[in-house]
Unconditional design. Structure first.
Length: 304
């Protein structure tokens, strides 16, 4: 059996489309766990006995809502489907066949299509499609999205998403990669991702999203810092650039700044040479305006 976990928040029409795509699958042995993330109008879904609805008492975000589903999942395989996405009718049949034929992978994934009004485009570039999670997820970008994967449930049963609302899925994938780094790409467009509407989390405040991303990236650094992956010069350079950028953005958050600054400097000190770290910290602390931006950009360009 396959467990399908859907975090949901105030998208009734999109959720209906999402569920319709599941109920029309050519493979029908599944359970659907919808986690209502404290929507303003509670859900009542009586359209199929295989659908169970859980309701959070407060808004937790997509990651922690997926964790609720993981606690109750009964399937040997797990799929996370966002409520504004939907599947081709053969998604489950094709991905299940592939993961059974490749028992050494943590998950299989397909290509996805983004659509906006009357336009459609591939969600990922060709170079993004890889057969390992690390270090590609940070160097070549993530070749999959949350709705395009079918996971081995036994592998992820003890792994949970973080509380951040941006890049929480990247951190989850990195943790999985440290257990089993092998994945399988299916060269078919079987997922449709809705890029339109004002309900997108990605359209929330830029600085708030950046702050959430920083917390997720620091978690990724903590996961990787004692592994051989941190020695990869491209991965290391990527993290350095991201953390310097986070310091620049962090100035917008006076109430969050001190503690998070210390975490970022601690990570940068471990990742950079002594000279590069001293320059980064000095100009961040002691320069202002365009001068600060100019110097920090030069430091980042060195690592590009």
């Amino acid at each position: 059996m396959i467990t399908i976990i859907i975090p949901y928040y105030n998208r009734p029409n999109k959720l209906k489309r999402c569920l319709d795509s599941i109920l029309k699958q050519t493979f029908q042995d599944f359970e659907i766990l919808v986690v209502d993330d404290c929507s303003t109008v509670p859900l009542e879904l009586n359209i199929d006995s295989r659908i169970t609805v859980f309701r959070n008492t407060k808004n937790l975000g997509p990651g922690l809502s997926r964790n609720v589903g993981l606690e109750y999942a009964k399937g040997n395989y797990i799929a996370f489907l966002d409520s504004d996405d939907y599947w081709h009718k053969e998604f489950l049949e094709i991905t299940l066949k592939e993961i059974k034929n490749n028992v050494d992978v943590s998950f299989v994934y397909t290509k996805a299509i983004d659509f906006f009004k009357n336009k459609q485009f591939s969600k990922r570039g060709r170079d993004s499609y890889q057969n390992t999670i690390l270090p590609n997820i940070l160097i070549n970008k993530r070749g999959w999205n949350s709705s395009s994967c079918l996971w081995d449930a036994h592998l992820i049963k003890n792994i949970r998403f973080g509380s951040t609302k941006n890049w929480e899925d990247y951190a989850f994938d990195v943790e999985v990669g440290l257990i089993n780094n092998k994945i399988k790409f299916i060269d078919k467009y079987l997922v449709y991702c809705d890029a339109q509407g004002e309900d997108k989390l990605s359209k929330s405040n830029y600085y708030s999203r950046s702050l959430q991303k920083t917390y997720s990236q620091l978690k990724i650094y903590q996961l990787l810092k004692d592994t051989h992956y941190i020695k990869n010069k491209y991965l290391k350079s990527y993290l350095i650039v991201q953390f310097i950028t986070s310091l620049e953005i962090l100035e917008q958050f006076e109430n969050k700044r001190k503690g998070l600054e210390e975490e970022l400097f601690f990570a940068l000190e471990a990742l950079q040479s002594k000279l590069a770290f001293k320059l980064t910290k000095f100009f961040y602390k002691n320069s202002f305006g365009r001068m600060k931006q100019k110097v920090l950009n030069k430091i980042k360009k060195y690592f590009y």
